[in-house]
Design a protein around this ligand. Sequence first.
Ligand code: MTE
Ligand code: MO
Length: 313
Amino acid sequence: MRKIKSIPSSAITPEFIFHERREFIKKLGLGSISLSILSSKSLLALSTIPSFTQAKDSLNQKLTSYKDITTYNNYYEFGTSKSDPYEHAENLNIDPWSIQVIGAVNKPFTMSIDELVKLAPLEERIYSLRCVEGWSMVIPWIGIPLNALLKRASITNNAKFVEFISLKRPSEMVGQKDNILDWPYREGLRIDEAMHPLTILAVGLYGKVLPKQNGAPLRLVVPWKYGFKSIKAITQIKMVEKIPLTTWVKANPKEYGFYSNVNPSVDHLRWTQATERRIGESLLSPRLKTQMFNGYANEVAHLYQGMDLNRNF
Ligand SMILES: Nc1nc2c(c(=O)[nH]1)N[C@H]1C(S)=C(S)[C@@H](COP(=O)(O)O)O[C@H]1N2
Ligand SMILES: [Mo]
């Protein structure tokens, strides 16, 4: 049988064409070729993402500019002002990086980012990100559904929640020299929220590999919840039986709840959640009305049927 030796870089194609080619090769009886030949470089060594399917749904809202998305950030590990992450996140060493999936699973494992992005085709998702502080952006993420990773671990029946843990590395994360939060940053979801197809692990935005200030190499995005649920720089994903104690709940349980679903009718103790300021718009332009579940009610409201969302804020 003839062997395929090398494949030119022009072979780095969108995923669907790649699959067609694989079918084609099978038909010719040439056997399958490994993805590693097609993408010889690590994702973390690239600037643009070589292959992903483009978003089908545009949200019909103007995308926030790349500049605003990457210079106006919340990432307290690098400081509390919006410009701190852009100014200091470069110091974080993200290569190599590994993600552990552990806890109540039959098959715990550790994998690299390059292995992770092969679990499912990379997809673009245009989501609105609503921060609990009352501002929002529209961001074209690239990632895979979180459920692709969790299925691979084979969750046991004991698991009820997922805990996400970032990292503590004060020599590289200058904001961790202050104890404003309990490091490492932790977040959590109920299993059904974690398995929901809208919940993704992002590795990129605007077609590029995720900038460090946005949570490289890997961050969660849960579009119907306040932004702080979307934890950056994940190193551990742990299946657990009891509701995990998350960073902001620990810091201030009166003001921040575990669920933190975007909800215009449940105000923050110190400000309204009925409206939001869209970043990039003129300061004179009117605030937008915040939507229930950040506009994703059709997709996710069923997850909370019968729950008192005033109590479970
Ligand atoms: N590890 C970590 N993740 C984090 C935060 C943080 O301080 N540390 N801030 C959260 C908050 S409050 C928001 S609004 C979003 C902001 O994401 P962005 O900077 O990519 O817009 O990240 C969330 N993820
Ligand atoms: Mo936030």
